[in-house]
Design a protein around this ligand. Structure first.
Ligand code: SF4
Length: 449
C-alpha cells in the first residue's frame, strides 16, 4: 500500500491546526485504503525556532504586554521568513532544512502532497519539493497559492481532494461511490502546541463565497458554491473535543448562519466568523447568533464611502453598515472591521470619509484591520481595468512567486498618496481600537481573552 504524507509548509502564523490537510486526510481515510498521515512543518519550524513565544502565547496572562511582545514576534519572524526566502531564491538551503526534511523522511512516504494556502509558503515548499525528488519521493501540490514555479518542480498538480483521490486510485472514481461527508479529524494533532492560550479549531461550512461579486476579490475563483452538511459540521466540533472555533468561510448568508447557530448552541462553544454587513443582519438575527456562542464577527466593511462601496460592488451601503455594527455591539458581539484603503478612483475626500465613519462609529468597533488595495489576477478589476481608471498594469517577474503587479491610475489617489495617508491617520485608527492592535496578526487570540 502506498504511503501518503500531507505536508503544510512554513511560513505562516501557527495559530491553529491547518484546515486544508486535515480535511484532505479525513476525505482520503473515508474513501480509500491508502496509508495517510499529516505533518505540519510550519508548526515544527516555529517550535524549533520560536519556542519562547509559544510559551508566552500558551500562558498569556500578561495581556498588557501583548502589543509589545507581538510586535517583537512579528519583527523577528518576518526577518527570519524574509532571510530564508532570500536564501532559497539564491539556490541555498533555508534554516532547519535538514531537520524538516528528516521529519518527512522519518515517515517513509511514497508520495508527499503539499497544500499551499498562502504565497508565503511557496518558498520553503519549493526547496522541499526539489530536495524530495532526490529521494525518489513523488511530490504533489495543490491549494489556492500554487504558482507556475511550484508546478515546474512538483511531479503533479491537483485541483482538489477529488483529483487527489483519482490520482491515488489510478482511475476516475464514480461519484456515487464517494463519501463527501467525511468529518475533519483534528485529533491527529496535538492542538495544544499551537500559539494560543486555548486551542482554536478552524471550521469550513461551505466551498466558497456565495456572493462572488466584489470587484477586488479573487477568493471565490471558479469554485462552485455548495454548503457542507450541518451534521458533518456538528460532528467535527464534537469530535475535536474543543470549545473555540473559527469559521474560516469568506462569507456566509444570514439564513444559513442561523442554521449553523442552531446546531452550535447546545454544544456550549465560542465561535467567530467573517461576514458582509448587509441589512439582513438585524438585531434579532445577531442576538440569536450571539446566544449560540458567536462572540466576535470580522466584518468586510472596506470603506465608509457609498460611492466606493458601489464601485467595489460590495452589495451594501454605509447606512446598513452602521446599523449592523450597532446591533452587533448591542447584543454583545465584538466587532472587527476590515477596511481597504486606496481602491482605484478613491479620492482624498473619500479616504477621509472612511476615517470619519470609523470615528463616528467607534463605540461599536473593537478592532480595525486595515489594508491597502492590491491588484490581483482573477478579479473583475484586473480584467476590466479601464472601468476603474487604471491606465497601465505592470507585471514584474519574481523568482518563486507569481509576478508582482503594479498599476497606474488616472483617477483618485495614487498608491504613494494612499500609503502616506494611511501613515498620517494611523494614530487616529489606533485610538479607536479597544483590543491590542497586534491582535490583527493573531485574531484567534480574541477568542481566548
Ligand atoms: S470580498 Fe467577501 S463577500 Fe465579496 S466576493 Fe469576496 S469573499 Fe465574497
Amino acid at each position: 500500500m502506498k504511503k501518503v504524507l500531507l505536508v503544510y509548509a512554513p511560513f505562516c502564523t501557527p495559530a491553529s491546526p491547518p484546515y486544508s490537510i486535515t480535511q484532505l486526510y479525513s476525505f482520503l481515510k473515508g474513501n480509500c485504503k491508502v496509508d495517510v498521515s499529516v505533518l505540519d512543518l510550519n508548526l515544527e519550524f516555529h517550535n524549533l525556532k520560536f519556542s519562547e513565544y509559544q510559551q508566552y502565547y500558551h500562558n498569556s496572562t500578561k495581556w498588557q504586554e501583548y502589543n509589545k511582545i507581538t510586535t517583537e514576534y512579528r519583527n523577528v519572524t518576518s526577518k527570519v521568513y524574509s532571510d530564508n526566502n532570500t536564501l532559497i531564491v539564491k539556490g541555498e538551503k533555508p534554516e532547519l532544512f535538514e531537520e524538516l526534511v528528516q521529519k518527512i523522511k522519518d515517515q517513509k512516504p511514497d508520495i508527499v502532497a503539499f497544500s499551499i494556502v498562502y504565497s508565503s509558503q511557496a518558498f520553503y515548499a519549493y526547496s522541499l519539493i526539489k530536495e524530495l525528488t532526490k529521494f525518489d519521493i513523488t511530490t504533489v501540490i495543490g491549494g489556492p497559492a500554487i504558482n507556475d514555479k511550484l508546478m515546474s518542480v512538483a511531479d503533479t498538480t491537483l485541483q482538489n481532494e477529488l483529483e487527489l483521490l483519482n490520482y491515488l486510485k489510478g482511475k476516475d472514481v464514480n461519484h456515487d461511490e464517494i463519501n463527501f461527508n467525511t468529518v475533519p479529524d483534528f485529533s491527529i494533532y496535538n492542538v495544544k502546541d499551537y500559539y494560543t492560550p486555548q486551542p482554536v479549531i478552524p471550521i469550513r461550512t461551505s466551498s466558497t463565497c456565495y456572493y462572488k461579486q466584489c470587484t477586488f476579490c479573487s477568493h471565490f475563483s471558479t469554485v462552485p458554491y455548495h454548503e457542507f452538511s450541518l451534521d458533518v459540521i456538528k460532528k467535527t466540533i464534537i469530535n475535536s473535543n474543543q470549545k473555540k472555533f473559527f469559521i474560516i468561510d469568506d462569507m456566509i448568508p444570514s439564513k444559513r448562519l442561523l442554521d449553523i447557530a442552531a446546531i452550535l448552541k447546545p454544544l456550549g462553544v465560542q465561535w467567530t466568523c467573517q461576514l458582509k454587513p448587509t441589512a439582513d443582519f438585524d438585531h434579532k438575527t445577531l442576538k440569536t447568533l450571539h446566544e449560540s456562542g458567536l462572540t466576535m464577527i470580522i466584518w468586510g466593511v472596506e470603506s465608509g464611502s457609498d460611492r466606493v462601496l458601489q464601485v467595489m460592488k460590495k452589495g451594501t451601503i454605509k447606512k446598513y453598515v452602521e446599523t449592523v455594527l450597532k446591533n452587533s455591539h448591542n447584543v454583545g458581539i465584538k466587532n472587527v472591521v476590515y477596511i481597504m484603503f486606496g481602491f482605484p478612483t478613491e479620492t482624498e475626500n473619500e479616504f477621509i470619509e472612511t476615517i470619519d465613519f470609523l470615528e463616528k462609529n467607534k463605540m461599536n468597533i473593537d478592532l480595525i484591520s486595515t489594508s491597502i488595495f492590491g491588484l490581483q489576477k482573477g478579479t473583475y478589476i484586473y480584467t476590466n481595468p479601464e472601468e476603474f481608471g487604471i491606465t497601465k498594469i505592470i507585471e514584474e517577474e519574481r523568482t518563486v512567486l507569481d509576478p508582482r503587479i503594479r498599476y497606474e491610475t488616472s483617477i483618485g489617489l495614487s498608491q504613494k498618496e494612499v500609503r502616506s495617508f494611511v501613515k498620517k491617520y494611523k494614530h487616529t485608527i489606533d485610538t479607536i481600537n479597544k483590543y491590542p492592535r497586534m491582535m490583527n496578526y493573531f485574531r484567534e487570540h480574541m477568542l481566548c481573552l
